[in-house]
Design a protein around this ligand. Structure first.
Ligand code: F6R
Length: 248
């Protein structure tokens, strides 16, 4: 697996942001949309900050950018401060010139019976846009990518899932206690992620060192969904030294 290790997350995030900007510009010059799969959480925050800076200082335009976020809690109101809609607005969308109609984030307000058709339509929309040029990923301590928790199938599509207890514990600070963290989420599947033309998984800090070791060097298994990435030829791991510290 191609693994690149940077001294710290800021240098790594800078490199990833430049890579994203190159894709946007290249597609722009072809008169085509750049279709980006985006993640939330702490990991990509600096990438988004760098992209905002490039927009402000270098005129990087997002007019041709179409985005699909990996996941959203369920249920979740978009105007709730813990929603991934709020996260994306705050960290990226409110600060760039993206066309709002090009933003897609799974809808946490659906009635239960509407979820399955909505998820199919989400997949279809990605296809209609020409597929994901790049999918950005973080990794959870359960080995989840998106919210594909242990047990997820390698060919899974966008669907409603149950969050692992550890995932809910890790989110408890944002919600003021684990009991307030939703038990479910809507997430793109492993199969959805695999269809992206390029995948970049980022991880920073010692907290991620042991799961990164498993993801990169461990046996491929549904009990650590990120190990499925070992089967992809389009994936790059971008790490800081701390996250890479247990790799042999
Ligand atoms: C977020 C997502 C999750 C996170 C993962 C790591 O959209 O899909 O897989 O990437 O839980 O979260 P952080 O970056 O907060 O450590």
């Amino acid at each position: 697996l191609p693994v690149t290790v940077y001294p710290d997350e800021f240098e790594a995030a800078d490199k990833v942001a430049k890579y994203v900007a190159d894709i946007i510009r290249k597609k722009q010059s072809l008169g085509k949309p750049a279709v980006l799969g985006l993640a939330t959480g702490a990991t990509p925050v600096d990438v988004y900050a760098r992209l905002v800076k490039m927009h402000r200082e270098e005129g990087l335009s997002f007019k041709n950018v179409v985005t699909f976020n990996l996941d959203e809690y369920y249920p979740m109101q978009p105007d709730s401060k813990q929603s991934y809609v709020a996260f994306m607005d705050e960290n990226l969308f409110n600060h760039i010139d993206i066309d709002r109609k090009n933003i897609h984030i799974p809808d946490g307000t659906l009635a239960p019976e509407d979820i399955a058709p909505y998820c199919l339509a989400y997949e279809q929309k990605i296809e209609e846009m020409g597929g994901l040029d790049l999918q950005i990923l973080g990794i959870g301590r359960t080995g989840h990518i998106g919210f594909n928790e242990p047990g997820s199938a390698p060919n899974s599509g966008t669907r409603l899932v149950t969050l692992d207890d550890l995932t809910r514990r890790d989110a408890s600070r944002d919600f003021g206690g684990k009991e307030n963290v939703p038990t479910k989420a809507i997430t793109m599947g492993i199969g959805t992620i695999f269809k992206a033309r390029e995948i970049i998984l980022m991880a920073w800090s010692r907290k991620k060192a042991s799961i990164i070791k498993k993801a990169v060097e461990g046996e491929i298994s549904g009990s650590v969904p990120a190990t499925y990435l070992q089967l992809s030829e389009n994936v790059k791991f971008v790490l800081d030294e701390d996250a890479a510290s247990e790799l042999t």
